[in-house]
Ligand binder design. Structure first.
Ligand code: ADP
Length: 303
């Protein structure tokens, strides 16, 4: 089992010829409403890799909230730990994609900003007791992430953090972490080092490991990923694919990594599985619809 604490958004994806200027009214091509949010995406990635998943989060008492819950149910995800906010609406991301495939995104956190983690909740303790990992990101309030991580750590459930959007970690969070998964931007913010080549990312990963984290992954987009643990640093190249939309690539990677580690496989095998899953994700448009299942990833690994 994997427990995910994180954001749930409805993504409103507008296809437009170009981004509108101030005062301009533009005829767009299309609109799609697609379930998203890092917490939801990572939970879906874990579930499609075959794990039992419990999600902790918060939606509004509105249609988007219901639609997001229905999508989680379709993926077999336990959303008993997703709260309903009586005042704030469900989180929304307005994603504008122009003809040059450039994104412009506005996120309204809504109910995500009011997630509450109760350190004395027996149901939460029970979920964590049966979980290999607590997975968290930074689209929900930091204080709640720290509370959940502290509880997981006390119970003996490993904590995997993806500090995205990039933000410094509170000092008390570092000793609670087992695995840290960062992209180039997050690696740079947390380590103070540029991390845009495998060699630079390896140095950044070592600096982050020195904070007491057992395993660090720095993802490098089309450059693959660097994995660092007690054995040192290894670079794993990405698969050569034609990327059409990299939305949820990092979330797909993280879910596949977490589930493979929870299955008892090696760190390097888990990173390679994450890379294969993310490669399939970037060849499809949208957040959750583009996250592959385990069979698809295993098929893609065949020669
Ligand atoms: P994030 O989306 O969190 O910024 P990255 O862009 O580093 O994360 O992507 C995460 C992983 O997705 C990478 O480590 C890589 O394996 C895969 N990936 C991303 N972009 C591509 C691409 N253009 N081609 C192949 N794989 C990709």
């Amino acid at each position: 089992r994997i427990v995910v604490l994180g954001s749930l958004n409805m993504d409103l994806v507008l296809r437009v010829p170009h981004a509108p200027e101030a005062g301009e009214t533009l005829q767009g091509h299309s609109i799609h409403t697609v379930p998203g949010g890092k917490g939801g995406n990572q939970a879906v990635s874990c579930a499609r890799q075959g794990a039992a998943v419990s999600l902790l989060g918060r939606v509004g008492a509105d249609d988007y909230g219901q639609a997001l819950r229905a999508a989680l149910t379709r993926d077999g995800i336990d959303h008993g730990g997703v709260q309903t906010d009586a005042q704030e609406p469900t989180g929304v991301a307005l994603v504008m994609v122009d003809d040059a495939a450039q994104n412009r995104i506005v996120v309204i956190a809504g109910a995500n900003a009011r997630v509450e983690v109760d350190a004395h909740d027996p149901e939460l303790a029970q979920r964590l007791q049966h979980a290999a990992f607590l997975v968290a990101q930074f689209e929900t309030p930091l204080a709640q992430v720290v509370t959940a991580a502290a509880l997981a750590h006390r119970i003996g459930c490993k904590v995997m953090l993806n500090p995205s959007p990039a933000q410094a970690l509170p000092a008390q969070l570092w000793p609670l972490l087992d695995t840290l998964v960062v992209n180039e931007v997050e690696a740079r913010l947390l380590s103070g080092r540029v991390a845009d080549t495998p060699a630079e990312a390896a140095k950044a990963a070592c600096a982050l490991r020195a904070r007491g984290v057992a395993r660090v992954v720095v993802t490098l987009g089309a450059g693959g990923a660097v994995a660092a643990d007690t054995q040192g640093c290894r670079h794993h190249p990405a698969l050569a694919v034609t990327a059409v939309d990299t939305t949820a690539a990092g979330d797909t990677f993280l879910g596949a990594l977490a589930v493979t580690l929870a299955d008892g496989q090696s760190f390097d095998a888990a990173v390679r599985h994450g890379i294969r899953a993310a490669a399939l994700c970037v060849t499809q448009v949208g957040a959750q619809p583009s996250i592959p299942d385990r069979d698809a990833v295993l098929r893609s690994a065949l020669p």
